[in-house]
Design a protein around this ligand. Structure first.
Ligand code: NDP
Ligand code: HSE
Length: 432
């Protein structure tokens, strides 16, 4: 074993970084044996230097992250600050100064992955980011390496721990949205700005990364259709229950049947209680990968939190250190197919639509006609008069598979009917 240590600069020592430092210290001997050289924490960049950090030598702490990555003796930079800047500039500077990079930063990779990969290539360095998608679950490396000989057609799953935690609490305990979000934040699952979680930006960034790797193409954050879970209500859960379903925030990336384009989307969806995703609880994530030869694979595990995420970071750190010792780099960017990303209107799925309608003869026929005129076939209709005996009724329509554009046209036309008082909710139905 080489005795001279590989030097690691840790950028960020919060929920994830503190666990990375802890495991590097407590597992130092095992890591050295697995890598073939000791790894030494050479510096820790933070924003608040006076904060007490258990297990961290205060002499290593600095607020000058740029100086740390420019030192010249750093082999690997671990970026767990988050956000776009200064993370982007620090990663680029790290490559320029001979370091490889491990990052957990999905927001940055979804936005600037191509440029960062190009910078890594230019400097013969590695850029690894297993922790950026689905916390502890090995997913990037299986897609990039284990499935490199297969053709992936679909990636579908729960990729945000915070929102799964909130939806699970709302469903199973009747907890309120804010109460559940506060708990997820206290447990270290949420992003620095939890809007990124609940509005679906975090899951959309992960979908962009997954789609790019799975389909060997370029999918940016802006290419991903996104709806958050902030508008999911107790009434939606009641409707879902009536259909034998629950509600999850899903990320769905698909290759078109003709292979000529891809789609990527994030939105809440009803899924049957019998579907394996329905039983994914708390901050766990689960992702199905469907490919030509392998068929259907399911990846499941903790999707957020300090220690689980640090596990993925450490796995990357070991891989990158091994590459450093052998003078090699791991697989880089593979966006050679250049497939276009189709708009959401072309996505085909089923829909659950809840309408408030006038409770009088002919309304059902009127509503059914609008669906027919837009080429949207109805699977089931359920009508219920108001419990308070008022004049309106609730009409729940579940469609067969239809394009998002047809459904949007249908809903616009429904809103124009005098007898439709309002569209209470529209939710996609997946997993059947
Ligand atoms: P935290 O907010 O807990 O930690 C961020 C760290 O970065 C803090 O130590 C902070 O310093 C430091 N920091 C902030 N700005 C600067 C700066 N300008 N220079 C130097 N240091 C800075 O975030 P997390 O640990 O939760 O997340 C880190 C990254 O990991 C993000 O990209 C996130 O998306 C990703 N991630 C997080 C997961 C999770 O479950 N939390 C799971 C998967 C990925 P200080 O301590 O002084 O405030
Ligand atoms: N905020 C993210 C989540 C962290 O809840 O999934 C893990 O990426």
């Amino acid at each position: 074993m080489r005795t001279r240590p590989l030097k690691v600069a840790l950028l960020g020592c919060g929920v994830v970084g503190s666990e990375v430092a802890r495991i590097m210290t407590t597992h130092a001997d095992d890591l050295a044996a697995r890598i073939g050289a000791p790894v030494e924490l050479a510096g820790v960049a933070v924003r608040r230097p006076s904060k007490v950090r258990a297990g961290i030598d205060p002499a290593l702490v600095t607020t000058d992250a740029t100086a740390l990555v420019k030192r010249g003796d750093i082999d690997v930079v671990v970026e767990v600050i988050g956000g776009i800047e200064p993370a982007r500039a620090l990663i680029t500077t790290a490559f320029e100064h001979g370091a490889s990079v491990v990052s957990a930063n999905k927001a940055l990779l979804a936005q600037d992955g191509a440029a960062l990969h190009a910078a890594a290539d230019e400097h013969d360095a590695d850029l690894y980011y297993e922790a950026a998608v689905a916390g502890a679950i090995p997913l990037i490396r299986p897609l990039r390496e284990s499935l490199a000989g297969d053709k992936v057609n679909r990636v579908l799953g729960i990729v945000n721990g915070t929102t799964n935690f909130i939806l699970d609490k709302m469903d199973s305990t009747g907890a309120g949205y804010q109460e559940a979000l506060d708990e997820a934040t206290a447990l270290g699952y949420a992003e620095a700005d939890p809007t990124a979680d609940v509005e679906g930006f975090d899951a959309a960034a992960k979908a962009a990364i997954l789609a790019g790797i799975a389909f060997h193409t370029r999918v940016r954050l802006d290419d991903v259709y996104r709806e958050g879970m902030i508008e999911v209500t107790a009434a939606d859960f009641a409707s879902a229950k009536a259909m034998g379903c629950t509600i999850k925030l899903l990320a769905i990336c698909e290759r078109a049947a003709d292979g000529g384009s891809v789609t990527a989307r994030v939105h809440p969806a009803m899924i049957p209680l019998t579907h394996p995703l329905a039983s994914v609880r708390g901050a766990y994530n689960a992702v199905f990968v469907e490919s030509d030869a392998a068929g259907q694979l399911m990846f499941y595990g903790p999707g957020a939190g300090g220690a689980p995420t640090a596990s993925a970071v450490l796995g990357d750190l070991v891989a990158v250190c091994r590459n450093k010792l052998s003078g090699a780099t791991g697989p880089g960017d593979s966006a050679y197919t250049q497939l276009p990303v189709s708009p959401m209107g072309e996505v085909v799925t089923r829909y659950h639509i809840s309408l408030d309608v006038a409770d009088k003869p002919g309304v059902l026929a009127q509503v059914a006609t609008v669906f027919a005129e837009h080429g949207v076939s109805i699977d089931t209709v359920r009508q219920q008069g108001r419990l308070d005996g008022g004049g309106d009724a609730s009409l729940v329509v579940v469609t067969h598979r239809a394009s998002d554009a047809s459904l949007t046209g249908t809903v616009e036309a429904l809103r124009n009917l005098d007898t439709v008082r309002g569209v209470a909710s529209i939710m996609r139905v997946e997993g059947e």
